[in-house]
Write a protein that binds this ligand. Sequence first.
Ligand code: IPD
Ligand code: CA
Ligand code: CA
Length: 254
Amino acid sequence: MPITLNQLEVMVRQAGDVAMRYFNDLESLAVSKKSARDLVTDADVAVEQYLKQALGEQCPEYGFWGEESGQTANQISRWIVDPIDGTHSFSRGQYFWGISVALEIDGQIVMGAVYGPALDDYYSAELGKGAWKNGKPIRVSAEAELGSSMISTGFACLRSYLEHNNLERFCRIAQATTGQRRFGSAALDLCLVADGQVDAFWEQELNLYDVAAGALIALEAGGTVTDFKGNSGIFPKQILATNAKILDQLLPLM
Ligand code: IPD
Ligand code: CA
Ligand code: CA
């Protein structure tokens, strides 16, 4: 691996410092709309520019795909970056937003980091080597009963005005579980599955940059990552991450 998790952490934490300068001065924050319900701020752009420059200097052989600046030529081995996942929350001064950075080589996510600067929580994973939160190993929860579980989800599909908007699925599963949450950052939602804070997370209509890092972290913490039918893999349009123990009980309700 041309970069270590520790070297990546230095850069991602510095990106967090860039984000926090904007977060601590929201009155000056420029917010614009990419579509009717999709926001972007100066912070998103500044964080992505920092990461593109820093990662490019560290690993010039890799390409880059950022939510705000798009894709460079090399998309075989590339960094996949969501500079601020949870922009709407960020723009309102809420704490649950994260910086998501994944390294994909020949179609395989091999390294991932999700950093929540306002939460001061840093999650990371390397393929086959485990997952960590703030330097300590993490594992998914032990909850084996769907009826006692806590789940989280999101509604990207509502932003896109889709007919299949997750509301019926949410109501069905909410009645079969004990706790339900909508935190507002899919990247961090996946890390909460990895950390055992929730037992499952699902969402439709995301993009690879929302989920690439968080999915590796959930897998390396002993979780499952599938589509809504249980097919293993990272499917941004239909992502379901669980603690593995409740997957079979959840699938019939998906
Ligand atoms: C959003 C967050 C949110 C999800 C939205 C995404 P963004 O990312 O991940 O949790 O529900 O669909 O768009 O737009 O803030 O980078
Ligand atoms: Ca996102
Ligand atoms: Ca984003």
